[in-house]
Structure formats: structure tokens, C-alpha cells
Design a binder for this molecule. Structure first.
Ligand code: BMA
Length: 326
């Protein structure tokens, strides 16, 4: 079976082969963590962040919690996807309506190129957490649109193209705090402003994904369906544990789950994933892909403190998801 992955060629994608002796379907970079917590002058921590190919290199939107412990999103640029220059100031969005300026926090960004525009979604405050939407064409000027949904909601993730003529977004309705529940839903929009036709995609399941789940990187289009990498949460005696899994969604009706992993793909095990401001968190927010080689790089926040990356190959990942279907 040859699995096809669609999208832009990235011959210079960050890459390290699976370490000798490992048989994991997803393996970590030896360079982890790739972004230190104090990369900007006022950052307490830099974690759950999103990157995309841009120009000759890469650009991204980074969650930087500052030393006042305010949650902000900053733009950044990189030649190689590993070494990043992150702006010291948060993104100054130009607002569609001044009412949108009441947001006290922004966190957990995702970024996607749709046609000629980079869209950003994030968890945005509007009388509680909901999904903020903005865009840029050049990573210099940023514009903020209307919030997609009413509060409370988190983990808004756009698909990389319209499906049946509509923009499509995954999200995870939540509460105003550290939500002890949560399934993934899908909504459609003709214009990225008005959202409806809400569909249930996936519920929590056992083990590592028993408390709540949320979409991670932008879904990756493949011949076997949309590859959705997501996080799942287990509640232990010591609190939440965030792990990473994956599902394959129907290409035409992406609220239909074809396969979904029973085991996790990656769970907090390295020191930088187990020790930090919030221990035991791996939280994927972005992936880069190179269709010709089947290479995938997953960017994830570790312990709410740093950014790390992990690698996989599409053929092996799809085979693993099917062989380990829930
Ligand atoms: C979630 C979000 C994430 C965070 C995680 C673990 O509710 O706030 O940003 O990584 O909790 O603290």
C-alpha cells in the first residue's frame, strides 16, 4: 500500500532518522527541546506553538507566557525550522471591531495556509475562552476577524482547504476552567465569520484519552483520509496527563472517523515533558510534511514550558493507526 500525502514539497524539512534500537512509530528529536523557555527577553515559557513553511524557510506563531504570567502569541521566523527568532512583542492585530480588543489572553495558536492567506486560530478570551480567528499574508501585518464561536471553546483547528465549498473547523467545547470533559466537534462556514452545521466527530475513550481530547496540528490530507493528530488527557492521582494520538477522518465527510489509535503515539516520558510549569504534558499544535519522502515533523509543547519536535513517516503512521484501531 502506497499512502499519498498532499501538499507543498519541503525538501529542507527538519529530519533525523529513527534512533538505532527504537521501534516507536513517532520518535523525538535528539535536539529537544528546540525552543528554550527564555527565548524572548520577557518569556516565562514558550510552548504550544504553530509553524508553517514561509518563503525560503518557515514562520510561526508562538505561545509566550510572559514573566507577569500573561498568555500572549508572538510571531517568529526560521531558516531551518529548528532555530527560531521570536518577536519580543506580541502580535499587534488590527481589529475588525474594537470590541475584539477586550481579549485579556491569547494562547495555543494554530496556523494554516489556505489559498494565499495564512489563517491563525487560537484560544481567545471573550468573557471566557473561545476561538479567535485572524490572518496575515506576510507575517508582518496581522488582522483579527470575529471569534468563531460563543464561549466556552478551545482547540480550534482549520482544515487546509475548503471541503464541498465550505471552510471547516474542528473545535472542543469546554468550560471556563480546567475542563474535566470534552469531545471534538466540526463546524462549517462560507466566509470564516458565520459557523454552523455542527457535527460531532469524536468522543473520549479509555486510558490516555479518557478525560478529554482536542485536535492538534492542521489535518494532513492523505489518500487514506485526513490525518488528525490530537491530544488526549487522562486524570491521574496527580492531575492531568496529556498524550498524543492520531485518527483518520473521511475525506469528504470529515466528521466521520475511519480509524483511531487505541495506544498513544507519544506520552510524557522525557524530563522536559515531565518537569516544568505543568508536568506531564505533550501538546501537539503543528506539523510539517514533505510528500515526496513521506516525512512528518510534529511540533509540540512540553510541560507547558518549552517547544519540542518529533518525527514520523506517513506510510508507517497510517499502518500503525489501522493496526491499532480503537
Ligand atoms: C489546557 C490548555 C493548554 C495546556 C494544558 C495543560 O487546558 O491550557 O494550553 O497545555 O491545559 O496545562
Amino acid at each position: 500500500m502506497a499512502v499519498k500525502m498532499y501538499g507543498q514539497a519541503l525538501p529542507n524539512i527538519p529530519w533525523e532518522d529513527r534512533p538505532e534500537g527504537s521501534n516507536s512509530v513517532v520518535w523525538r528529536s535528539a535536539k529537544n527541546p528546540i525552543i528554550a523557555r527564555d527565548t524572548t527577553p520577557t518569556s516565562n515559557s514558550i510552548f504550544n506553538s504553530a509553524v508553517v513553511p514561509f518563503g525560503e524557510g518557515y514562520a510561526g506563531v508562538f505561545r509566550c507566557d510572559n514573566t507577569a504570567r500573561e498568555m500572549r502569541i508572538h510571531a517568529g521566523r526560521s531558516q531551518d525550522g529548528i532555530n527560531w527568532e521570536i518577536d519580543p512583542e506580541p502580535i499587534p492585530f488590527q481589529l475588525a471591531d474594537q470590541e475584539l480588543g477586550k481579549s485579556r489572553y491569547k494562547y495555543d495558536p494554530r496556523v494554516v495556509l489556505i489559498e494565499d492567506t495564512y489563517y491563525i486560530t487560537w484560544c481567545n478570551d471573550y468573557h471566557g475562552p473561545t476561538i479567535g480567528v485572524g490572518y496575515t499574508k506576510d507575517f508582518k501585518e496581522f488582522y483579527q476577524l470575529e471569534n468563531a464561536f460563543l464561549p466556552f471553546n478551545r482547540n480550534g483547528v482549520l482544515f487546509p482547504r475548503k471541503i464541498n465549498g465550505k471552510y471547516v473547523m474542528l473545535s472542543r467545547p469546554s468550560d471556563n476552567g480546567h475542563t474535566p470533559f470534552g469531545d471534538i466537534f466540526l463546524s462549517e462556514s462560507p466566509d470564516l465569520i458565520h459557523w454552523g452545521q455542527h457535527r460531532h466527530v469524536m468522543a473520549t475513550a479509555g486510558g490516555w484519552q479518557s478525560t478529554k481530547i482536542g485536535a492538534g496540528p492542521i489535518p494532513i490530507e492523505t489518500s487514506e483520509g485526513w490525518l488528525m493528530i490530537y491530544h488526549g488527557v487522562l486524570t491521574s492521582c496527580n492531575g492531568y496527563v496529556y498524550s498524543m494520538g492520531a485518527a483518520l477522518l473521511d475525506l469528504e465527510q470529515p466528521w466521520k472517523v475511519r480509524y483511531r489509535t487505541r495506544p498513544y503515539l507519544l506520552s510524557p516520558q522525557e524530563v522536559y515533558e515531565c518537569v516544568g510549569d505543568v508536568p506531564n504534558v505533550v501538546f501537539p499544535c503543528a506539523a510539517l510534511t514533505d510528500p515526496a519522502t513521506g516525512r512528518i515533523v510534529i511540533y509540540y509543547g512540553a510541560a507547558d514550558t518549552v517547544v519540542a519536535i518529533a518525527y514520523t513517516k506517513i506510510e508507517e503512521l497510517v499502518e500503525f493507526i489501522k493496526a491499532n484501531n480503537l
